[in-house]
Design a protein around this ligand. Structure first.
Ligand SMILES: [Zn+2]
Length: 74
């Protein structure tokens, strides 16, 4: 099952995720515990793309305070 989850993550269909921050009803930053990465998710565009510094700058420019990632388990 772990391999299946890896494939799903690679395709952008994360098996389960937690919402780190909600920016608007259709945009949020999510964290996938399977691939241990954070993503920008957009309902209107139906995409989830890796979170990077450009998203951070964009949302900080809108006045959001970007939270750090949850601590990884050892
Ligand atoms: Zn994932």
């Amino acid at each position: 099952m772990r391999i299946l989850n890896k494939i799903k993550c690679a395709l952008g269909f994360h098996p389960s995720y937690m919402v780190l921050q909600q920016f608007s009803p259709g945009t949020r930053r999510i964290y996938c515990p399977h691939c241990m990465k954070d993503y920008a998710m957009n309902d209107y565009e139906r995409i989830s793309v890796p979170w990077d510094c450009s998203f951070q700058e964009f949302y900080e420019g809108l006045g959001h305070v970007i939270k750090p990632l949850p601590a990884r388990k050892p």
